[in-house]
Design a protein around this ligand. Structure first.
Ligand code: DP6
Length: 326
């Protein structure tokens, strides 16, 4: 019996990934750039056990639904094939944050799973190879293997670290606007957008330009350039979804209220910029010295349930003894 535990942080894209180049291999159609966050952590233990009849998955203390297990079993099958193992696995995963809509739990979840599963199976893979394994399960997960600012090129099999968080210290405040599951998952949402939205082609054409601007702004530590480009990336992505058939609208009235609050903060001289993912929550980037005021002002918005204060997080890591030593 071999067992390993890994921890990975969630990441939020400043330049968004939305759309697949190749559905089978799960390769991204556009380049993305993310910031890994310290406060949002998934811890996953994988234990291969010859006595199990099937893979078992527990998420935050409850048995996972069959639908949730599918991608996990596919990843474990790949690991078993590489390690020539037949044993099924017991997987236990817990998040340090509410597993609410669009909060990137799949990114940290699959990154932690890929790292724990390869270690438990005795595979001594490079971080790059583990990033590729997690990307096959969920594209954004590839970026959670690394801390700080991370890039995933268009068509890329694995993510690449761009700069540590200390290169450009930023704070990100996550404003939770609704509890519960999202209505349309990101995989389904982006496939529908690609198939039916007349604006999808425009998004794929424009996204690399925003990515380049965002990358230069991160390297040049320029929030005045990064902020507007990051908001454009999120809004252009959501615009492509609005035009899908049926339309995909993740915004809630509170999402719009928080965006308005961010504009007000800017009006009062505080540099703050928003981004949103496949859910109604809003993530706001600011400089560390303004983080507390931004967090308080966002928490005051009608409909905001909770704010989570984040800074840059580190690399995904193995938390206990490697296979065979436990
Ligand atoms: C809006 O990585 O969840 O968060 O590859 O189909 O699993 P799959 O999609 P996923 O999509 C994330 C989309 C996003 C933007 C981003 O994180 O870049």
């Amino acid at each position: 019996m071999s067992r390993a535990t890994a921890r990975a942080h969630a990441n939020i894209a400043l330049a968004k990934y939305w759309g697949k180049l190749d559905e089978g291999q799960n390769l991204p159609a556009v380049p993305s750039l993310s910031l890994t966050l310290d406060a949002l952590v998934t811890t996953t233990t994988v234990e291969f056990d010859g006595g199990l009849a099937a893979d078992e998955l527990s998420l935050d203390g409850r048995a996972a639904k069959e639908k949730e297990k599918k991608r996990v079993v596919a990843l474990l099958d790949q690991v078993r094939a590489e390690a020539r193992l037949t044993a099924r696995a017991r997987v236990t995963s817990t998040n340090s944050f509410p597993t609410a809509a669009g909060l990137a739990s799949s990114a940290s979840g699959f990154a932690a799973l890929a790292l724990a599963a390869t270690r438990a199976a005795g595979l001594d893979w490079s971080r790059d190879a583990v990033s590729a394994l997690s990307r096959a399960a969920s594209v954004s997960a590839a970026r959670s293997l690394y801390g700080g600012f991370v890039v995933l090129p268009a068509g890329g099999k694995s993510a690449e670290p761009l700069a540590p968080g200390s290169h450009f210290p930023l704070a990100m405040i996550v404003a939770l606007t609704r509890a519960g599951e999202k209505s349309v998952g990101s995989t389904e949402g982006m496939i529908r957008t690609a198939k039916t939205s007349p604006y999808y082609a425009g998004w794929v054409e424009h996204a690399p330009r925003l990515f380049e601007r965002i990358k230069r702004a991160v390297l040049g530590r320029d929030l005045g350039v990064l902020g507007p480009a990051m908001e454009s990336s999120a809004l252009a992505m959501h615009a492509s979804m609005f035009a899908a058939d049926p339309p995909i609208v993740y915004f809630s009235p509170t999402t719009l209220a928080v965006m308005e609050r961010v504009r007000e903060l800017r009006g009062s001289g505080i540099p703050a910029y928003f981004t949103m993912d496949a859910g109604p929550h809003v993530k706001v980037v600011t400089l560390p010295e303004h983080a507390e005021e931004v967090a308080i002002r966002l928490a005051e918005c009608n409909g905001v349930l909770e704010v989570i204060r984040c800074r840059a997080g580190g690399d995904a890591s193995v938390a206990d003894a490697p296979a065979g030593e436990s």
